[in-house]
Design a protein around this ligand. Structure first.
Ligand SMILES: [Zn+2]
Ligand SMILES: [Zn+2]
Length: 279
């Protein structure tokens, strides 16, 4: 499968000359299977440009939301396939004990927050509460597993496999949650999602120095991400969900520091908007 980053910023869109290389758009990742199946992971502001590339010829479009924080759904109302009469669009998201996904997404896609209501969209739209592990869903030739991860509110990560290759996507994740080190592997949030993945896209929001002030906010500091990645045996790590305060120079520094940390058994790839990876 081919994996393309359309938005790598966390929390808030952060456009400007100081973020032009890593990009300012919030979470959105495109996955294209060998059979042409299209998955869109999260609907942050990066989804708008992706939607411009998806004409009616692409067939069914599948949007997989990790959770409903604004930085992961804000682009939804500007995603062109939703505005195409007859276009088949499926949106998947984490189950909640209170409301189904349609009711929760409608809170954003309705006045006063948005002028158009979900039911007024001309596409053929289906919303699904995504089944959790050990259940899997299959879309085209892609097998998808979702599991709850440590982050405020119902939040999932995704493990997507095709022909022996595996992508893990965990953009908002705090497996450490204030502890001084990760617990044994059976108890690490997100462990099964990332285990031996060929490509892991993971929350890398904070520097080590920033983390203590943000314990419980649901995000990771780079050293924790390195330990998490090493423990899971993932082969390549893509840094993701960059803090809005981190400009290009700061993100270069964080990646350089991570790469020069003790010999790591995996490769570190900076999560730059527009980057594309074969998985
Ligand atoms: Zn987020
Ligand atoms: Zn979040």
């Amino acid at each position: 499968m081919r994996v393309t980053l359309w938005g790598t910023r966390g929390s808030l869109a952060t456009p400007g000359p100081e973020t032009v290389r890593y990009g300012g758009n919030t979470s959105c990742v495109e996955v294209r299977g060998a059979d042409g199946t299209i998955l869109v992971l999260d609907a942050g502001t990066g989804i708008r440009r992706l939607g411009g590339r998806l004409g009616p010829e692409v067939g069914r479009v599948n949007v997989l939301l990790t959770h409903l924080h604004m930085d992961h759904i804000q682009g939804l109302g500007f995603f062109r396939p939703l505005d195409q009469p007859g276009q088949e669009v499926h949106i998947w998201g984490p189950p909640s004990t209170t409301l189904d996904l349609r009711a929760r997404v409608s809170r954003y896609l309705s006045p006063p927050l948005f002028p158009v209501r979900l039911r007024e969209l001309p596409c053929r739209l289906t919303l699904h509460d995504v089944p959790l592990e050990p259940e899997q869903i299959r879309i085209g030739e892609l097998r998808i597993c979702a599991a709850l991860v440590c982050h405020p509110g119902p939040t999932v990560g995704y493990r997507i496999s095709e022909d022996g290759a595996t992508l893990a996507y965990i953009p908002d994740h705090e497996p450490l949650l204030g502890a001084s080190r990760l617990p044994s592997s059976d108890w690490i949030s997100g462990f099964d999602l990332a285990a031996r993945a060929d490509l892991l896209i993971h929350d890398s929001q904070y520097s080590a120095g920033q983390y203590p002030k943000h314990v419980g906010w649901g995000h990771s500091a780079i050293p924790h991400v390195l330990e998490f990645t090493a423990r899971t045996g993932a082969k390549r790590l893509v840094t993701f969900h960059h803090d809005p305060r981190h400009d290009d120079a700061a993100l270069d520094r964080l990646v350089d520091e991570a790469r020069s940390a003790a010999a790591l058994p995996f490769e570190i790839l900076p999560g730059v908007e527009g980057a594309s990876f074969e998985c």
